[in-house]
Design a protein around this ligand. Structure first.
Ligand SMILES: Cc1ncc(COP(=O)(O)O)c(C=O)c1O
Length: 390
């Protein structure tokens, strides 16, 4: 079937974090990382069928749940997963907190690359764990890894874990196989456990290919926990069902035991149904979505070039979250954000929330109907013209 990503669905008033968090109903929400698109028909059908069944007692992951996961990653990523490696978590952010409690002790440290999705360092700090930042190098409009610094940090005996964001949020970088192998090798050789957050792994632009961390050398994979979820790919974050792929049985046992101490057992009935339908029957919807997102990206690129040429877009390989560099405007980051929000009535994510190196950037979410993107960009442009910034 042909999906209509131009359809506008009013999300205000639906208890939507992205659209209902601002008191001003006129603000256009382009911040939180979910999409304003209707979910794939097979997922809605499966959830409706589940509702019609009419009983919502305790649920269990059936064979179909595991087959959907293993089938998807085999088919789309060339990654063979054994169902015995699959552990549950209610979300990747909760999992980051769980890892900070399970695999590091106070006084030890977690390494991560900066800028990065803010719950990475938030989860460490909330658990009183120190963070070491391997700052990414901004080169020719892209982020590159400073491997000397990476190795220096990994060799610190206090550093026990590395949170890898792959693909990278907010830079949209897909790390090459060589880069992943090099990071994985350094961590493995230095006893640093790798947490590979691959929540954005399906949202890849034409001409790019993501390497699943699970397809690297065996000893590297055995030193890792890989986080996957249908949440971003299929816009089902509200179902709060994610998975961890843990090939190393000792690590898996440790994680599962920790989960048991929290009394967390299984996903909800809707989470199981949604994930299963998404991974089993979501290919067609995703393929069409990727075309639409790429067109939105073209639209954004052209718009910036034409109307706001001093704002530079970091060319993403993946993700619908686009990192905008406004440093040429020579304006304070907080002031810039306030201008967009209060004068333009358009809400992007402040770059500095992703770490100090995010000063001078804003992150825009382009997973919305094109007409909404157009309104958002017009509002940005008009607000910046009114302030004599462009
Ligand atoms: C890299 C990354 N990890 C995790 C999440 C959120 O994961 P969850 O909703 O499963 O907690 C996001 C959401 O933006 C993200 O960008």
């Amino acid at each position: 079937m042909k999906y209509n990503f131009d359809e506008i669905i009013e999300r205000r008033g639906s208890g939507c974090f992205k659209w209902d968090s601002n008191e001003d109903p006129n603000v256009l929400a382009m911040w939180v990382a979910d999409m304003d698109f209707r979910v794939a028909e097979p997922i809605i059908d499966a959830l409706n069928e589940r509702t019609e069944h009419g009983i919502f007692g305790y649920s269990l992951q059936m064979d179909s749940f595991y087959e959907a996961i293993t089938g998807w990653f085999e088919r789309r990523h060339g990654w063979t997963i054994d169902r015995d490696w699959v552990s549950h978590c209610p979300g990747i952010v909760p999992a980051l907190h769980f890892f900070a409690k399970t695999f590091v002790k106070p006084g030890e440290k977690i390494m991560m690359q900066s800028p990065v999705y803010y719950p990475f360092f938030g989860s460490a700090k909330k658990n009183n764990i120190d963070v070491e930042y391997n700052e990414l190098i901004y080169k020719d409009g892209r982020y590159e890894i400073d491997f000397d610094d990476f190795e220096r940090i990994a060799k610190d005996p206090k550093v026990k874990m590395f949170y890898l964001c792959s693909p990278h949020n907010p830079g949209g970088r897909i790390w090459t196989k060589e880069e992943l192998e090099r990071m994985g090798r350094i961590c493995t050789d230095n006893g640093v456990l790798v947490i590979a957050d691959e929540i954005h792994c399906d949202l890849v632009y034409p001409g790019h290919k993501n390497t699943a961390y699970g397809t690297l050398a065996d000893d590297i994979v055995n030193n890792s926990i890989i986080c996957i979820a249908p949440s971003k790919t299929f816009n089902v974050a509200g179902l709060q069902t994610s998975c961890l792929i843990i090939k190393n049985s000792d690590l898996k046992k440790k994680y599962d035991e920790f989960l048991a101490t929290l009394g967390i057992m299984r996903p909800s009935a809707y989470g199981i149904t949604g994930l299963t339908a998404a991974y089993a029957h979501g290919d067609d919807w995703l393929d069409q979505l990727l075309v639409y997102l790429n067109e939105n990206l073209d639209y954004l690129r052209n718009y910036l070039k034409t109307y706001m040429p001093k704002i530079k877009m970091m060319e993403p390989d993946a993700t619908y979250l686009i990192w905008l560099d406004f440093r040429e405007l020579n304006v304070d980051s907080k002031e810039f954000h306030e201008i967009l929000l209060k004068k333009g009535k358009v809400w992007l994510d402040e770059g500095y929330m992703f770490g100090e190196v995010g000063e001078g950037f804003e992150r825009i979410n382009i997973a919305c109907p094109r007409s909404v993107l157009e309104v958002g960009l017009n509002r940005m442009r008009d607000a910046l013209i009114a302030e004599n910034l462009i």
